[in-house]
Design a protein around this ligand. Structure first.
Ligand code: DHK
Length: 153
């Protein structure tokens, strides 16, 4: 039986998934994405928490909270903060919780300003361009890591 908790974080404008530029981000809502991830975690007996904010400070506060709330892994789509926020990567670097960076779109095929991520160098890994499967792949990786850790306990 696995233990641990996966925290799924979504940054600005991702609350609009499903209606926001669907040709880039698809028609699946964030609620439905999270419901699918929750089902995968539940099937593996792993807890999942989720948080979305359009406020950078609130996101940083939520990351700080993950330091002491039993979070094992973070899966984060930081949205536009990916390309702008030193404060965010400092928050992620400031807690001893590994994180996987995800993006729905392939940012390297988009505008030049989206080609750089402040997060990637600190991430365990990066999944991008797979649509909502980017989230699934990231969560499945974390679940596998937790299962391996449980089997060696
Ligand atoms: O593809 C995504 O999920 C990312 C989501 C956003 O909101 C953009 O600002 C990023 O540049 C890409």
């Amino acid at each position: 039986m696995s233990s641990g908790k996966i925290l799924v974080l979504n940054g600005p404008n991702l609350n609009l998934l499903g209606v926001r530029e669907p040709q880039k981000y698809g028609y699946t809502t964030l609620v439905d994405i999270l419901a699918g991830l929750e089902a995968r975690c539940a099937a593996a007996n792993v807890a999942m928490a989720a948080f979305q904010s359009n406020a950078e400070g609130a996101m940083i506060d939520r990351i700080h909270a993950a330091r002491t709330d039993g979070t094992s892994f973070i899966v984060i789509n930081a949205g536009a903060w990916t390309h702008t926020s030193v404060a965010l990567v400092d928050a992620l670097s400031g807690i001893d919780v590994p994180f996987v960076e995800v993006h729905i779109s392939n940012t390297h095929k988009r505008e030049a300003f989206r080609h750089h991520s402040y997060l990637s160098a600190k991430a365990v890994g990066v999944v991008l361009g797979l649509g909502t499967y980017s989230y699934t792949a990231a969560v499945d990786y974390c679940l596998d890591q937790l299962a391996q850790a449980s089997s060696t306990e």
